[in-house]
Design a protein around this ligand. Structure first.
Ligand code: SAH
Length: 357
């Protein structure tokens, strides 16, 4: 082949499509037309983009592909949760999860192949960071599941709680968020989109200044620096006091509320002292705590899930201290689709830390 490799048009956001149009001496409104076809209407064959001149359509087909990726595998859990393996148009694959609860549809999507943050209780961490996803690869997951589940007329929620640390892939994630919330894109309310982070403080500060902000969830998971250092190495860079102060600034600057996610690890971070410290950390912040009973991965992770009674007791103790608290019971566990269980099981990504000797 003598022509250069075709580039993927899918994932270009408005400013990028405007630059693309300008470079081809097309009027600016072409960007909006292409944008609506790709993201609003989910029509990925440029031959169907009937409001474009024929010559331009031909040129697009000659120079570009429009690819979201492939749904390579679908695993359905007994509660209706579906875990998808998505083969990326670039290289490699990620997992995305479809959940329904009380009529509410939530898609859990990935922002990276693997993850660099090394949390001790998370399966994805064991892959290490393979690479960042592009905005198109992030949107593609939502687009494919929207198509597969027939969600075009139905609003849904998106949580960046799949593989990866979304704020470590800041630009691509924010570009995807803008297209998800654009009325001519996916048209979702920003309140339906949640970005979950380990607590990268500079990125939280940056997010506070974004004109289009998703909702923020922070994985707290511990109540002392000593404990959090051990569970989440990122805490050595941004210890609890620094993280808490950045969230206070965030809330003050944006007027938004946020969530603390707290993965409960039996005997590790679920004591009565933890409850007291957790209430103190939440005090004075517009925060709701989401308790997540640990999803066990037997044979791979040494942590255990607390009993149901203990989960309820911790919730009640927090409520008793006037801390807004809810429990997120696991979904999709029998398809290994639950929080922290997403990691590709193909031989390519062996767990990093196997028992040595
Ligand atoms: N990197 C981001 C988003 C991905 S993890 C973050 O850390 O927030 C999404 C949530 O799943 C996080 O709150 C994480 O603490 C939690 N989690 C990870 N492993 C888990 C497990 N085995 N059981 C329950 N929750 C888990």
């Amino acid at each position: 082949m003598d022509s250069p490799a075709k580039t993927n048009l899918y994932g270009l956001d408005r400013p990028a499509l405007e630059a693309w149009s300008e470079a081809r001496e097309q009027p600016r409104f072409r960007a909006g037309q292409i944008y609506r076809w790709m993201y609003g209407r989910q029509r990925l064959d440029p031959n169907e983009w009937t409001d474009l001149p024929g010559a331009l359509r031909e040129r697009i087909v000659a120079e570009h592909v429009v690819e979201t990726g492939q749904l390579a595998e679908r695993l359905e859990a007994s509660d209706g949760t579906i875990k998808y393996r998505v083969e990326l148009p670039g290289s490699g694959s990620v997992e995305s999860v479809y959940m329904v609860q009380d009529e509410r549809v939530t898609l859990c999507i990935s922002s990276q192949v693997g993850c660099a943050l090394g949390c001790d209780f998370c399966m994805t961490a064991r892959m290490g960071l393979v690479r960042h996803l592009t905005a198109g690869e992030i949107l593609g997951q939502a687009a494919m599941i929207r198509d597969d589940r027939g969600l075009h007329e139905r609003p849904f929620n998106i949580v960046f709680m799949g593989m990866g640390e979304p704020l470590h892939n800041y630009d691509a994630v924010l570009s995807a968020v803008r297209t998800l919330t654009d009325p001519e894109g996916f048209g979702l309310s920003r309140k339906r989109i949640t970005v979950s982070t380990v607590g990268l403080v500079p990125a939280i500060d940056k997010l506070a200044a974004e004109p289009v902000r998703p909702r923020l969830a922070v994985s707290l998971n511990a109540t002392t620096d000593e404990q959090r250092d051990a569970l989440m190495p990122v805490n050595r860079r941004y210890p609890l006091a620094v993280l808490r102060e950045s969230l206070r600034r965030y809330a003050q600057h944006t007027g938004d509320t946020f969530t603390f996610e707290y993965v409960m690890l039996a005997g590790v971070n679920d004591s009565d002292d933890d409850v007291r410290r957790l209430a103190r950390l939440a005090h004075g912040l517009p925060v709701k705590i989401n308790l997540i009973p640990f999803n066990e991965v037997p044979g791979e992770l040494p942590y255990r899930s607390p009993s149901r009674d203990r989960v309820f007791a911790v919730r009640d103790a927090l409520l008793g201290r006037n801390v807004r608290t809810s429990i997120r019971w696991s979904r999709g566990a029998d398809a290994r689709a639950a929080c922290g269980q997403l990691a590709l099981e193909s031989g390519k990504h062996k767990p990093k830390r196997e028992a040595s000797s």
